[in-house]
Ligand binder design. Structure first.
Ligand code: FAD
Ligand code: DLZ
Ligand code: SF4
Length: 509
């Protein structure tokens, strides 16, 4: 029996469940560049180049290995520009194809659509589990049980035990599960981040850059410095390079930020892992090997593995467990529109300008920029969850709803009211000053709490605590900060509220 096998843009793994038993003699493998996926949000130009070029290279490799591949290019005549439309067209044109096999996708909206395909097309549709993750959705649900609050740390320990990663018998390597306390260093003066290897792009990528430049000219982002690898081999080389040059200090500078330092010691691997060019297991194993061989210290390797084995798996479990309601949560009743500077980067707040520039130039920003700069500002300003969430889904090359949405709604802006965060990650300018050199070259003064020239993060922080006092004061983990708020006089509180309101109202949206 011949079947059609659909591979989505973020499923570029040869071990993908829907490819596993593919018959080179009979089956047809479909990949399609379609407008519906490229514009359901207006993705960063580099994200589209990365995926289209990676899809084309992946399809070429399959063809070279003898599979029959049906590849639909964006500007091909007859492209229906939706995945459903392309599946239907392939099935209609090839009567010998008895049905479709596909691996489950990463976004709820598409999963719902796929669930209707069998009825719509009158053919069998088999949706297989995506087993590239360490933890299946069923296992995650069993772990979560009826718990209303989920804690990543306990999940992570279970995953360490289950996979044996960084374990010595029944105990964690080095005796501790988590070395986060050691991973909060500022950058030393004159710190030089590791050089990144450049990737020479081939004709396929150049063609895609031209296509995206023309067809998606009004999408956010610059194409001037496109540096993503687009093949498995290139992604693997990026992994090896990271392990050798950046991992040893990954832990130390994991939370640090620096002007002009767009990558520091971060791995830059999320786009590859999420698109399937690298598997999470091989990435964690490579890091563990570096620890066992004495090439990287435990605080770095544990910190890195925790992000993938812990956070990444946990976030995915939360997404599928909480959807579809999760998308509507607005626990802090946030109402403000997204400020225009999120798109232009034009703001006197230097930390925000830097994070947004990095985002525009590379479809990338590292975790602390996402969480404590752009995320923190949206939280303090009370930006409508749907607007800030769409921004994150658009601007990063690694963004798919399964991973973006809980990170934004759950971690950055507390819109879910604490499904997995025990308190909002709200911070004043002091945090940003402690972890970066941004404040030194900012128009605002981080040491000034209120009045002309004061850092907006300072009064926005207190204003946030005042506005949400009813909800947050009873949270035990907030008792210290509310204790500090209690030391402020009624006049101080009023001045904070007035300056915060005036500042927020002045933002162009
Ligand atoms: P590194 O710092 O080198 O970390 C290693 C790997 O760990 C990453 O490649 C990634 O696979 C994984 N990882 C780390 N943190 C997380 C996390 N919180 N959730 C899931 N995986 C994690 N990550 C995405 O992959 N896609 C997103 O759309 C996304 N949106 C985010 C939005 C916000 C508001 C925040 C706070 C975080 C978001 N993250 C997202 C998580 C994290 O910021 C990125 O995974 C990371 O910055 C990617 O860069 P890197 O590969 O250099 O990561
Ligand atoms: C993100 C994306 C883009 C920009 N374009 C395509 C595409 O043309 N064809 C495709 O198969 N997938 C694309 N993707 C990835 C999908 O949006 C992704 O598979 C779903 O969002 C589920 O995670
Ligand atoms: Fe950001 Fe405030 Fe520092 Fe300026 S002073 S960089 S706005 S934290």
């Amino acid at each position: 029996m011949a079947v059609l096998r659909l591979i989505l843009g973020d499923q570029l793994s040869r071990s993908l469940s829907c490819l596993r038993d593919a018959d080179k003699e009979k089956d047809v493998i479909l990949l399609a560049e379609v407008r519906e996926e490229a514009t359901y949000v207006r993705h960063h130009k580099q994200k589209i180049v990365f995926l289209f070029s990676a899809m084309r290279h992946f399809a070429d490799d399959l063809s070279k290995d003898g599979y029959e591949v049906r590849y639909i290019r964006y500007d091909d005549d007859g492209n229906t520009h939706s995945l459903g439309g392309e599946v239907k067209r392939a099935l209609d044109e090839r009567e010998d194809l008895e049905g479709l096999i596909v691996t489950e996708c990463g976004e709820y909206r598409l999963a719902e659509e796929m669930a209707s395909w069998s009825r719509r097309f009158g053919r069998s549709v088999e949706i297989r589990e995506d087993d590239r993750f360490f933890c299946s959705l069923k296992e995650f649900d069993e772990w979560a049980g009826d718990g209303k609050t989920l804690r990543m740390e306990y999940f992570y320990r279970d995953m360490r035990r289950r996979t044996g990663l960084l374990m010595e018998g029944d105990a964690p390597a080095g005796g501790e599960w988590n070395y986060d306390q050691e991973n909060r260093k500022r950058l030393p003066k004159e710190y030089k981040a590791p050089e990144r290897k450049t990737i020479r792009h081939d004709e396929t990528t150049k063609d895609v850059i031209d296509l995206v430049d023309a067809a998606f000219a009004d999408h956010f982002g610059s194409l001037e410095d496109f540096r993503y690898g687009v093949t498995r081999n290139q992604a693997r080389r990026q992994l090896d390079d990271f392990i050798e040059t950046s991992l040893p200090n990954f832990g130390d500078y994991q939370d640090a930020m620096g002007t002009g330092e767009d990558f520091l010691n971060h791995s830059l691997l999320s786009a590859y892992i999420n698109a399937g060019l690298l598997l999470p297991r091989e990435v964690c194993e490579a890091a563990e090997e570096a620890y066992r061989d004495g090439q990287a210290p435990l605080n770095a390797v544990e910190g890195f593995i925790r992000q993938i084995l812990g956070w990444r798996e946990f976030i995915r479990g939360v997404y599928w467990r909480e959807m579809p309601g999760y998308k509507d949560d607005n626990a802090l009743d946030a109402k403000r529109s997204l400020p225009a500077f999120y798109w232009t980067g034009e703001t006197d707040m230097h930390c925000l300008a830097e994070a947004i520039r990095n985002t525009r130039d590379h479809a990338y920003a590292h975790h602390i920029q996402r969480l404590m700069v752009t995320g923190n500002f949206a939280l303090l300003a009370g930006v409508v969850p749907a607007e800030i969430e769409e921004w994150y889904l658009i601007v990063y090359a690694d963004a798919y709803e399964w991973v973006e949405l809980p990170n934004v709604r759950g971690m950055a802006i507390f819109a879910d009211g604490g499904v997995f965060a025990s308190k909002p990650y709200a911070a004043s300018g002091s945090y940003i000053n402690r972890m970066s050199d941004y404040c030194k070259s900012c128009t605002y003064s981080v040491s000034k709490k209120i009045g002309e020239g004061a850092c907006p993060f300072n009064y926005l922080y207190w204003d946030f605590l005042i506005r949400h006092e009813d909800r947050l004061r009873s949270n035990q983990r907030m008792s210290l900060v509310y204790g500090n708020l209690d030391k402020k006089s009624a006049d101080d509180r009023q001045a904070i509220t007035e300056q915060a309101t005036e500042f927020l109202d002045s933002l162009e949206t």
